[in-house]
Design a protein around this ligand. Structure first.
Ligand code: DX5
Ligand code: ZN
Length: 221
Protein backbone atom coordinates (compact mmCIF):
# COMPACT_ATOMS: atom_id res chain seq x y z
CA UNK A 1 0.00 0.00 0.00
CA UNK A 2 1.23 3.48 -0.88
CA UNK A 3 1.43 5.93 2.01
CA UNK A 4 1.50 9.72 1.60
CA UNK A 5 3.50 11.83 4.05
CA UNK A 6 2.95 15.58 3.57
CA UNK A 7 6.00 17.60 4.68
CA UNK A 8 5.05 20.57 6.85
CA UNK A 9 8.08 22.47 5.54
CA UNK A 10 5.75 23.83 2.85
CA UNK A 11 2.86 24.50 5.25
CA UNK A 12 1.82 27.90 6.59
CA UNK A 13 3.41 27.83 10.06
CA UNK A 14 1.01 30.53 11.30
CA UNK A 15 -1.85 28.10 10.70
CA UNK A 16 -0.03 24.85 11.40
CA UNK A 17 -2.80 23.17 13.41
CA UNK A 18 -5.38 23.82 10.71
CA UNK A 19 -2.97 22.75 7.96
CA UNK A 20 -2.34 19.44 9.72
CA UNK A 21 -6.04 18.84 10.35
CA UNK A 22 -6.69 19.46 6.67
CA UNK A 23 -4.17 16.90 5.39
CA UNK A 24 -5.36 14.40 7.97
CA UNK A 25 -8.95 14.81 6.76
CA UNK A 26 -7.64 14.50 3.19
CA UNK A 27 -6.32 11.01 3.84
CA UNK A 28 -2.60 11.59 4.50
CA UNK A 29 -0.96 8.66 6.26
CA UNK A 30 2.06 10.21 7.98
CA UNK A 31 3.05 13.78 8.80
CA UNK A 32 6.66 14.45 7.76
CA UNK A 33 8.52 16.89 10.02
CA UNK A 34 11.84 18.32 8.72
CA UNK A 35 14.28 19.38 11.42
CA UNK A 36 17.31 21.38 10.17
CA UNK A 37 20.16 22.87 12.18
CA UNK A 38 21.91 25.13 9.66
CA UNK A 39 25.03 22.93 9.89
CA UNK A 40 24.21 19.54 8.42
CA UNK A 41 22.17 21.40 5.81
CA UNK A 42 22.36 25.09 4.85
CA UNK A 43 18.95 25.94 6.29
CA UNK A 44 17.24 26.19 9.68
CA UNK A 45 13.68 25.00 10.15
CA UNK A 46 11.99 23.79 13.33
CA UNK A 47 12.78 21.67 16.37
CA UNK A 48 11.56 20.12 19.60
CA UNK A 49 8.89 22.67 20.64
CA UNK A 50 7.08 22.29 17.32
CA UNK A 51 7.11 18.48 17.61
CA UNK A 52 5.67 18.85 21.12
CA UNK A 53 2.91 21.17 19.90
CA UNK A 54 2.09 18.88 16.99
CA UNK A 55 1.85 15.93 19.38
CA UNK A 56 -0.66 17.81 21.52
CA UNK A 57 -2.81 18.80 18.56
CA UNK A 58 -2.92 15.66 16.35
CA UNK A 59 -2.90 11.88 16.55
CA UNK A 60 -1.24 11.65 13.13
CA UNK A 61 1.89 9.49 12.82
CA UNK A 62 4.81 11.93 13.18
CA UNK A 63 7.69 10.99 10.87
CA UNK A 64 10.58 13.16 12.07
CA UNK A 65 13.45 13.68 9.59
CA UNK A 66 16.52 14.95 11.44
CA UNK A 67 18.90 16.93 9.23
CA UNK A 68 21.26 17.83 12.08
CA UNK A 69 24.86 17.00 12.99
CA UNK A 70 25.44 14.26 15.62
CA UNK A 71 21.73 13.49 16.00
CA UNK A 72 22.49 10.92 18.72
CA UNK A 73 22.53 13.93 21.09
CA UNK A 74 18.83 14.53 20.45
CA UNK A 75 17.41 11.06 19.75
CA UNK A 76 15.75 10.59 23.13
CA UNK A 77 14.42 14.16 23.27
CA UNK A 78 12.64 13.83 19.91
CA UNK A 79 11.08 10.56 21.07
CA UNK A 80 9.91 12.20 24.29
CA UNK A 81 8.61 15.22 22.34
CA UNK A 82 6.21 12.87 20.57
CA UNK A 83 7.83 11.55 17.39
CA UNK A 84 6.46 8.20 16.23
CA UNK A 85 9.45 7.59 13.98
CA UNK A 86 12.87 9.26 14.02
CA UNK A 87 15.02 9.31 10.88
CA UNK A 88 18.81 9.81 11.04
CA UNK A 89 21.11 10.64 8.15
CA UNK A 90 23.91 8.06 7.83
CA UNK A 91 26.19 10.96 6.81
CA UNK A 92 25.58 12.93 10.01
CA UNK A 93 27.86 10.95 12.34
CA UNK A 94 30.04 7.83 12.68
CA UNK A 95 28.52 4.38 12.16
CA UNK A 96 28.98 3.68 15.87
CA UNK A 97 27.03 6.79 16.90
CA UNK A 98 24.32 6.20 14.32
CA UNK A 99 23.86 2.65 15.66
CA UNK A 100 23.68 4.14 19.15
CA UNK A 101 21.01 6.60 18.00
CA UNK A 102 19.01 3.75 16.44
CA UNK A 103 19.19 1.81 19.71
CA UNK A 104 18.06 4.82 21.76
CA UNK A 105 14.95 5.25 19.60
CA UNK A 106 14.11 1.53 19.82
CA UNK A 107 14.57 1.62 23.60
CA UNK A 108 12.06 4.50 23.69
CA UNK A 109 9.56 2.21 21.96
CA UNK A 110 9.46 4.32 18.78
CA UNK A 111 10.09 3.44 15.15
CA UNK A 112 13.42 4.29 13.58
CA UNK A 113 14.78 5.00 10.11
CA UNK A 114 18.02 5.90 8.39
CA UNK A 115 18.26 8.37 5.53
CA UNK A 116 20.62 8.60 2.56
CA UNK A 117 21.62 11.76 0.69
CA UNK A 118 21.67 11.50 -3.12
CA UNK A 119 25.42 10.84 -3.34
CA UNK A 120 25.41 8.07 -0.73
CA UNK A 121 25.31 4.54 -2.14
CA UNK A 122 22.62 1.95 -1.41
CA UNK A 123 25.06 -0.26 0.54
CA UNK A 124 25.32 2.44 3.23
CA UNK A 125 22.06 1.10 4.71
CA UNK A 126 23.55 -2.34 5.41
CA UNK A 127 24.85 -1.72 8.97
CA UNK A 128 21.37 -0.53 10.02
CA UNK A 129 18.86 -2.36 7.86
CA UNK A 130 17.99 -5.16 10.31
CA UNK A 131 17.15 -2.70 13.10
CA UNK A 132 15.21 -0.22 10.94
CA UNK A 133 11.49 0.24 10.36
CA UNK A 134 12.07 2.56 7.41
CA UNK A 135 14.76 3.65 4.96
CA UNK A 136 14.48 7.16 3.52
CA UNK A 137 16.08 7.94 0.16
CA UNK A 138 16.52 11.64 -0.61
CA UNK A 139 15.62 12.52 -4.19
CA UNK A 140 16.99 16.08 -3.80
CA UNK A 141 19.91 17.49 -1.81
CA UNK A 142 18.38 17.96 1.66
CA UNK A 143 17.77 21.47 2.95
CA UNK A 144 14.97 23.03 0.94
CA UNK A 145 11.49 22.27 -0.32
CA UNK A 146 10.43 22.83 -3.91
CA UNK A 147 13.49 21.35 -5.65
CA UNK A 148 13.57 19.26 -8.81
CA UNK A 149 13.24 15.45 -8.44
CA UNK A 150 16.53 13.59 -9.15
CA UNK A 151 15.54 10.71 -11.41
CA UNK A 152 19.07 9.31 -11.12
CA UNK A 153 18.09 8.06 -7.64
CA UNK A 154 15.63 5.52 -9.09
CA UNK A 155 18.20 2.71 -9.54
CA UNK A 156 19.25 3.23 -5.89
CA UNK A 157 15.63 2.99 -4.74
CA UNK A 158 15.33 -0.26 -6.71
CA UNK A 159 18.54 -1.63 -5.15
CA UNK A 160 17.45 -0.73 -1.61
CA UNK A 161 14.09 -2.43 -2.22
CA UNK A 162 16.06 -5.55 -3.18
CA UNK A 163 18.16 -5.34 0.01
CA UNK A 164 15.01 -4.81 2.10
CA UNK A 165 13.29 -7.87 0.60
CA UNK A 166 16.39 -9.94 1.34
CA UNK A 167 17.09 -8.74 4.88
CA UNK A 168 14.05 -7.08 6.48
CA UNK A 169 10.89 -7.25 4.34
CA UNK A 170 8.77 -5.38 6.90
CA UNK A 171 10.95 -2.28 6.51
CA UNK A 172 9.28 0.62 4.65
CA UNK A 173 10.98 2.54 1.84
CA UNK A 174 10.32 6.28 1.78
CA UNK A 175 11.33 8.92 -0.80
CA UNK A 176 11.66 12.64 -0.17
CA UNK A 177 12.26 15.58 -2.50
CA UNK A 178 10.47 16.69 -5.64
CA UNK A 179 7.85 13.98 -5.21
CA UNK A 180 4.55 14.87 -6.90
CA UNK A 181 1.81 13.19 -8.92
CA UNK A 182 4.23 12.71 -11.84
CA UNK A 183 7.35 11.49 -10.01
CA UNK A 184 5.68 9.42 -7.23
CA UNK A 185 4.63 6.68 -9.70
CA UNK A 186 8.27 6.30 -10.80
CA UNK A 187 9.30 5.88 -7.15
CA UNK A 188 6.50 3.40 -6.51
CA UNK A 189 7.50 1.41 -9.55
CA UNK A 190 11.10 1.31 -8.24
CA UNK A 191 9.86 -0.05 -4.90
CA UNK A 192 9.16 2.93 -2.63
CA UNK A 193 5.97 2.76 -0.56
CA UNK A 194 6.02 6.05 1.42
CA UNK A 195 5.92 9.32 -0.56
CA UNK A 196 6.95 12.53 1.21
CA UNK A 197 5.43 15.53 -0.56
CA UNK A 198 5.87 19.12 0.58
CA UNK A 199 5.07 21.57 -2.21
CA UNK A 200 2.99 18.96 -4.07
CA UNK A 201 0.53 18.92 -1.13
CA UNK A 202 0.85 22.10 0.98
CA UNK A 203 1.72 24.18 -2.07
CA UNK A 204 -1.60 23.28 -3.73
CA UNK A 205 -4.90 24.96 -2.93
CA UNK A 206 -6.81 21.66 -2.83
CA UNK A 207 -4.82 19.33 -0.57
CA UNK A 208 -7.35 16.55 -0.86
CA UNK A 209 -7.12 16.53 -4.67
CA UNK A 210 -3.32 16.68 -4.45
CA UNK A 211 -3.10 13.64 -2.16
CA UNK A 212 -5.64 11.74 -4.25
CA UNK A 213 -3.71 12.46 -7.47
CA UNK A 214 -0.45 11.11 -6.01
CA UNK A 215 -2.15 7.97 -4.69
CA UNK A 216 -4.17 7.28 -7.84
CA UNK A 217 -1.22 7.80 -10.19
CA UNK A 218 0.87 5.36 -8.12
CA UNK A 219 -1.87 2.75 -8.34
CA UNK A 220 -2.10 3.14 -12.13
CA UNK A 221 1.53 2.05 -12.53
C1 DX5 B 1 14.09 18.66 2.08
C2 DX5 B 1 13.09 18.02 3.01
C3 DX5 B 1 11.82 17.63 2.36
C4 DX5 B 1 11.05 18.77 1.74
C5 DX5 B 1 10.42 18.23 0.50
O1 DX5 B 1 15.33 18.68 2.68
O2 DX5 B 1 13.63 16.84 3.61
O3 DX5 B 1 10.99 16.85 3.23
O4 DX5 B 1 10.05 19.32 2.55
O5 DX5 B 1 9.82 19.25 -0.19
P1 DX5 B 1 9.28 19.04 -1.67
O6 DX5 B 1 8.29 17.92 -1.62
O7 DX5 B 1 8.68 20.37 -2.00
O8 DX5 B 1 10.46 18.71 -2.54
ZN1 ZN C 1 12.26 15.48 4.72
Amino acid sequence: MIKIAPSILSADFCRLGEEVAEVKASGADYLHVDVMDGLFVPNISIGLPVVQSLRRSTDMFLDVHLMITEPVRYAERFCKAGADLVNFHVESDTEENTLKAVEIVRACGKKVGVTLKPHTSAEAVLPYLRQCDLILVMTVEPGFGGQHFMADQLPKIREIRRLIEKTNPACELEVDGGVDENTAPLCAEAGANVMVAGSAVFGRPDRSAAIRAIRENCLKK
